[in-house]
Unconditional design. Structure first.
Length: 344
């Protein structure tokens, strides 16, 4: 153990020698092409992303989370600078339209919307600035990445022929989406609104309100799942769980299978209480067993989406790396951690 610690200290010391050649500006966590990212901005972003961090949280974990978050802020700043150079900044009308969409679920009152902002330690101006930056970077991604991705009919056919067996369903399946709410506090839960029930009473109230908004007010299930569902795997996709074999439902919970199989495509279940919380399910479709043909529009759509997503991820990662290589980045927080380690 001592040998490994000595090795780490030596590496840290060597990195420290080549790291900070000048004194970092006061209060600055990083610089991107001379543009500062302050510790105040990092702390604000941290409180927004982790609003429920316990007071006695492990210091190493917190530091690790801040390093990861700072890396995201650096990448975003690089993209933002690129977008501005290309004249792609989102205008006020873009920001106002997006803000109106975010407020819509809370109308006619605005107290809950303001509470959500307060819970995330944000002001309305903070939110507008965040929206403007996101929309600006989205424009850059659309121009520099998405516009260069083309999926041809030949691409679809080749993928189908190479993966034909995966389109042969051994048993009937159901395509489901869900909204999940849990009573357990968890700072890692992510959804568009940063909404998280903290206890059993809050969970019951939240899932009841969501059911009312779906069934009484006719609000869009996908939007509500993206905004409020507490399942980190499905919330970003509007609650989409993909295709699930009927036998899987039976093994998980026979009552759950009974409820799902009683639904018609497009229908929404009542609130379902499970071990880990509460769910509302939407049945998107039922698929009988057998081979799916390439001429099936749903097969083609699924293949195109998969190919487009894969191509987007590869091109996006490569684009980010090239942009970062062309930028001058000083991560003072990382340097300080390495320097402090070398002194121990």
């Amino acid at each position: 153990m001592k040998r490994y610690f000595a090795l780490f200290a030596a590496v840290a010391a060597s990195l420290a020698l080549g790291a900070c050649k000048h004194t970092p500006p006061a209060g600055v966590a990083a610089e991107v092409n001379g543009q500062p990212i302050t510790y105040d901005k990092l702390e604000k972003a941290y409180r927004t992303q982790y609003p429920q961090v316990p007071e006695n949280a492990n210091e190493d974990l917190v530091q690790s989370q801040k390093l990861e978050l700072l890396g995201s802020l650096i990448t975003n700043e690089i993209m933002l600078q690129r977008a501005l150079r290309l004249g792609l900044q989102a205008v006020d009308a873009d920001v106002d339209a997006e803000l109106a969409k975010m407020k819509a679920p809370y109308l006619p009152t605005k107290e809950e919307f303001e509470k959500q902002l307060a819970d995330r330690h944000m002001t309305l101006d903070d939110l507008k600035a965040q929206i403007r930056q996101k929309l600006t970077v989205d424009k850059l991604i659309a121009k520099e990445i998405a516009s260069h991705i083309t999926i041809t009919d030949a691409d679809v056919a080749n993928f189908y022929n190479a993966n034909k067996a995966s389109f042969n369903l051994a048993e009937p399946q159901v395509h489901l989406a869900q909204i999940m709410v849990t009573p357990v506090p968890d700072p890692n839960v992510r959804n568009l609104k940063g909404s998280k029930a903290q206890n059993e009473a809050e969970a019951k109230q939240k899932i009841t309100d969501l059911e009312r908004r779906i069934k009484d007010r006719g609000e869009d299930f996908t939007m509500l799942a993206t905004n409020f569902s507490e399942d980190t795997n499905t919330a970003p996709n509007g609650g989409d769980m993909g295709f699930i074999p009927e036998s899987t439902l039976e093994k998980a919970n026979p009552d759950l299978r009974r409820i799902v199989m009683s639904l018609q495509p497009g229908a929404v279940s009542p609130i379902i209480h499970t071990q880990d919380g509460y769910r509302i399910l939407k049945l998107i479709s039922k698929e009988p067993a057998g081979q799916r043909d390439l001429n099936d529009p749903r097969v083609q759509e699924n293949i195109r989406e998969n190919l487009r997503s894969s191509a987007d991820q590869v091109l996006r990662n490569a684009y980010f790396e090239v942009a970062r290589n062309l930028s001058k980045v000083e991560n003072y927080l990382a340097e300080s951690i390495v320097n402090n380690a070398s002194k121990k």
